[in-house]
Ligand binder design. Structure first.
Ligand code: NAD
Ligand code: UFG
Length: 337
């Protein structure tokens, strides 16, 4: 199949382009490079021997999106493109609603005009909000608590309404838990701009000497070691989950929701210890106050994806940290050289 990947130069997108190519698909990428570099696709091509067609295109530019569909005979879309920083979304909500919602509307309108009605969408565990008990199950009532999360929830609503109104659409809503790690080659990985918001990229930058120490946000939670629990998932497992979802929905009308997670929680200190093992030395850290908005603990019920997609995670937390460290060590400044 020929798959259009929006946001395909980004962290999860570039790993998914690689998995798609390894599975024998042709790939076309749209990205506006707002948070990524096209160097990632050159690296992917070096690993797979296949070059994705790249369009430096903004999803907010509807005619340009239309032109991409005119140029390629696309069979299905995996839609990663979006802004994703929770904190920034609180301060600049309109930027997030505009980019994520209008970008998605432009995309699905162009898909419809060109008769492409198969889409896999990057949702997030953040849609479960603060009111659900763990582990999170797909049938729970969702309710995000920040503008970024609400864009995910609203896009889920738009796609669900579309699927209900028009039975020609095949739609997968994938709720990711905490993606970390990198391709084991160390050639592609996460390249955050500025100060990383997320735990593992921050630890990696401390390890490589770009930051002084890790601040652990809260050591007094009601968890085994007092730090928050999250469900970390290796980005290559996540990428493979997309290929499985794409295969599952091909030719199968309807709206499907799957959690993509491991089904277990790890604490901040467990992640730190695992990274230290990969590094072979200790990492300076300090336990500070809680970060506003953090939940004490959440992880996935991952049984639906296993039952429906025959997919589950296979890579351990140690492997996530080893691979993340290899990428960071080989590319201390990310793709910038
Ligand atoms: P990323 O920032 O690396 O990738 C997103 C890509 O989308 C970037 O390359 C960016 O340039 C592009 N983009 C943004 N707006 C665009 C627009 N208007 N037009 C074209 N391209 C645009 O992020 P990622 O971590 O790879 O995340 C991919 C998707 O998964 C996002 O939708 C994100 O919200 C979602 N997600 C990520 C996480 C996570 O922790 N990384 C967790 C849950 C869900
Ligand atoms: N943490 C620290 N220090 C840091 C960064 C994070 O202690 O410098 C802690 C956080 O307090 C939290 C844990 O590490 O307890 C994980 O934090 P992340 O920021 O890495 O991940 P979150 O679970 O907060 O959120 C991430 C994405 C969201 C997404 C969610 C679920 O940022 O967009 O995973 O997929 F919704």
């Amino acid at each position: 199949m020929k798959i259009l990947v929006t946001g395909g130069t980004g962290y999860i997108g570039s790993h998914t382009v690689l998995s798609l190519q390894e599975a024998g698909h042709d790939v076309v990428v749209i990205d506006n490079l707002a948070n990524s570099s096209s160097e990632s696709l050159q690296r992917v091509a070096g690993l797979t021997g296949k070059q994705a067609a790249f369009h430096h295109t903004d999803l907010l530019d509807e005619p340009a999106v239309d032109a991409v569909f005119g140029q390629h005979d696309i069979d299905a879309v995996i839609h990663f493109a979006g802004l994703k920083a929770v904190g920034e979304s609180v301060h600049e909500p309109v930027k997030y609603y505009y980019n994520n919602l209008v970008g998605t509307l432009n995309l699905i309108r162009a898909m419809d005009r060109h008769g492409v009605r198969s889409i896999v969408f990057s949702s997030s565990a953040t849609v479960y909000g603060a009111h659900n008990a763990v582990p999170y199950v797909e049938k729970m009532e969702i309710g995000a608590t920040n503008p970024y999360g609400r864009t995910k929830e609203q896009i889920e609503d738009i796609l669900s309404d579309l699927g209900a109104a028009d039975s020609r659409w095949n739609i997968a809503l994938l709720r990711y838990f905490n993606p970390v790690g990198a391709h084991p080659s160390g050639r592609i990985g996460e390249d955050p701009q500025g100060i990383p918001n997320n735990l593992v990229p921050f630890i990696a930058q401390v390890a490589v000497g770009r930051r002084e120490k890790l601040m652990v946000f809260g050591g007094d939670y009601d968890t085994p070691d007092g730090t928050c629990l999250r469900d970390y998932i290796h980005v290559v497992d996540l990428a493979e989950g997309h290929v499985a979802a794409l295969n599952h929905i091909a030719g199968k009308a309807g709206v499907y929701r799957w959690n993509l997670g491991s089904g277990t929680g790890s604490s901040v200190l467990e992640v730190l210890r695992s990274f230290e093992k990969a590094l072979g030395t200790s990492i300076p850290y300090e336990i500070t106050g809680r970060r506003p908005g953090d939940l004490p603990a959440f992880w996935a019920d991952a049984t639906s994806a296993m039952a429906d997609l025959s997919w589950s995670t296979t890579r351990s937390l140690d492997q996530m940290c080893e691979d993340h460290w290899r990428w960071q060590k080989n590319n201390p400044n990310g793709y910038a050289g």
